[in-house]
Design a binder for this molecule. Structure first.
Ligand code: EPU
Length: 337
């Protein structure tokens, strides 16, 4: 028995697992988990497949989470916070659109991020100064071996930049649904230059949820390839976090490098580092560094796992040789080869 995953990952990699199950409800998920023989069968979880690199042969079974449903949590009236619970299999961007249409504020900057709701907390998705951890109330997750369900509040999720407890190697948790705390009172994050400029260009004097949403969509469409047209997994590397002296050192090499303070560290632009290394448009087989945003690697056709890894290492080596900075891959690897 085998299960073809080629159409379940946005990088467009060819991949085959021993087995695959489409999960549409919690009961059948638990049933599959409890009848699985873990000593012989590894279990992998796949949401929208937009932040994973699939090896060509995946040892074990893959669970494709396709649960649906959105509900308001009752009993939180009286202030401007509305709690909304969303099943893991819902599409993230559809959710953003839905909340804006409902007059709920908070998710506008996270528009057009490909993938599912359940995957969003795993890598703590973020864009234009907002991360899901800023809005996340709690997550319900099922233990992969016992089938027990537990609730993780925001703190227990262990959020960091593109990271959470669910992303750590060996995490036994399958996210079932996500509860977000959204506001009925407008408050917008418009400090990122790209978004601020887009709002200005549109002659927007008063920002609204819908205007901010449209601006974010425009900025992303300009820079990012659409996963429906061309295979990619969004940013392929994290922006490196440098200490003060390394950041200063890098600024002497690239004086106009964008720098964002991040706790005790400084986040610098991986896209700029790759750009300065002259790697835009670099190709290995079917994979290529995207011209308009070199943090994105695109599959021009029949790109393979090996070619992707080779291009990725080429970029990491170039940035290491020139700046002494290690670029960390952002999407996770699923399955062994
Ligand atoms: N840049 C270049 N050359 C280019 C393009 C960009 O040097 O050709 C430099 C520019 O200086 C630009 C800077 O890169 O100011 C930053 O670019 P951008 O605003 O696109 O953001 P990013 O830091 O590269 C991060 C996230 C994105 C998120 C954007 C917007 C990570 C790994 N990536 O990218 O998230 O949408 O900010 O906030 O943190 C993702 O995680 O998959 C993702 C797309």
């Amino acid at each position: 028995m085998s299960f073809d995953l080629s159409h379940y990952n946005t990088l467009g990699l060819s991949a085959v697992a021993n087995a695959g199950h489409i999960i549409t409800d919690e009961k059948s998920l638990r049933k599959i988990l409890l009848r699985s023989d873990y000593s012989s069968q590894a279990t992998w979880i796949l949401g929208g497949g937009s932040n994973v690199i699939l090896g060509p042969k995946i040892d074990g079974q893959v669970l494709l989470i396709k649960t649906r449903g959105v509900s308001f949590v009752p009993g939180n009236k009286g202030n401007d916070l509305v709690l909304l619970t969303i099943s893991a299999g819902e599409n993230w961007h559809q959710l953003v659109r839905y909340t804006v249409a409902q007059g709920l504020y908070g998710l506008e900057n996270l528009a057009l991020i490909p993938g599912s709701v359940g995957a969003a907390p795993v890598q703590n998705i973020g864009a234009y100064g907002v991360e899901i951890s800023d809005l996340l109330h709690s997550v319900r997750a099922m233990h992969i071996q016992s089938g027990e369900i537990e609730r993780f509040d925001n703190e227990r999720c262990g959020f960091a930049y593109r990271d959470s407890v669910f992303k750590r190697v060996g995490s036994p948790w399958i996210i079932l649904d996500v509860t977000l705390g959204l506001s009925t009172t407008p408050h917008f994050e418009v400090s990122y230059p790209d978004v601020a400029e887009e709002l200005k260009k549109r002659g927007t004097t008063q920002v609204s949820g819908a205007k901010l949403l449209q601006s974010v969509i425009s900025v992303r469409r300009r820079k990012m390839p659409d996963v429906r047209d061309i295979g990619n997994a969004g940013s392929f590397f994290k922006n490196p976090l440098l200490d003060n002296s390394k950041m200063q050192d890098t600024l002497t090499q690239i004086p106009d490098m964008p720098v964002y303070p991040h706790g005790q560290k400084f986040k610098v632009s991986a896209a700029r580092l790759i750009d300065v290394c002259g790697m835009k448009g670099t190709k290995v087989g079917g994979f290529e560094v995207w011209q308009r945003q070199p943090l994105v690697l695109v599959n021009r056709g029949e790109g393979t796992f090996e070619q992707l890894m080779e291009l990725s290492e080429k970029i990491q080596n170039a940035v290491m040789d020139r700046f002494g900075i290690a670029l960390e891959r952002e999407p996770g690897l699923l399955g062994s080869r």
